[in-house]
Design a protein around this ligand. Structure first.
Ligand code: GRF
Length: 209
């Protein structure tokens, strides 16, 4: 089983905030040893979400850090980084994680943390990607996997996938179509990152060493 990281399979920590369909796609893919990566821990910024239940059903350890349980955002960020570090990840995957990570987190995991955004960057950054694309009237939109930096959905792009916007779309139908394509892109790209490695030069992310 190939891996670009010394450990085989590569260790993934996945951070989530919602239903966890992207997480589930990674959990399913990693059942095949040839995938080259394994989810070793799942972290969240809130309790009681389906994503955590999915991790528990898969027997993957979980942790939760709610911002409101910490005196300030920096100490939340530090606690989050510490829990992620304790799982010794090779790659951190933000999969529907609805918080911006801070300086401490990026000090520890910058360059090996990816996030998926339900729009075609640089268009429509932020929390309302599908709604903003629909309101603008674009004919295609999609999802973007990028290496996390200090901005909002601004990091170097690993992969993008395109879906049509249909005349009768609602935010929900459009987001569901995006999510189908997004999951495939995430699974395929994270697997390649784990198996082949990747480089980042002048914002250009390339697979391979
Ligand atoms: C995804 O579309 C992600 O890009 C966005 O929220 C959705 C999360 O879906 N930020 P899920 O929790 O993986 O089902």
């Amino acid at each position: 089983m190939p891996s670009a990281f010394p450990r085989r399979p590569a260790r993934l920590v996945v951070l989530v905030s919602g239903t966890g369909t992207n997480l589930q796609a990674l959990l399913d893919a990693s059942r095949n040893p040839a995938y080259g990566a394994q989810v070793v821990a799942v972290g969240a910024d809130r309790d009681g979400i389906e994503a955590l239940a999915r991790a528990e059903r898969a027997g993957v350890p979980t942790f939760v850090h709610r911002v409101k349980d910490h005196p300030d955002r920096d100490s939340w960020d530090e606690a989050l980084a510490a829990s992620v570090a304790a799982a010794e990840p090779d790659l951190v995957v933000l999969a529907g994680f609805m918080k911006l990570v801070g300086e401490r987190f990026l000090d520890a995991f910058g360059g090996r943390c990816v996030n998926t955004h339900p729009a075609l960057s640089p268009a429509f950054p932020g929390m309302r990607g599908p709604a903003d694309a629909l309101a603008y009237g674009v004919k295609v939109t999609g999802a973007t996997l990028f290496v996390v930096d200090a901005g909002v959905d601004t990091g170097p792009i690993v992969a993008q996938t395109v879906v049509p916007v249909e005349d009768d779309d609602t935010i929900e139908t459009l987001h569901e179509r995006i999510k189908g394509a997004e999951r495939q892109m995430l699974v395929e790209s994270v697997g390649r990152m784990a198996r082949e490695g990747f480089t980042i030069t002048d914002r250009k992310v390339r697979f391979g060493k």
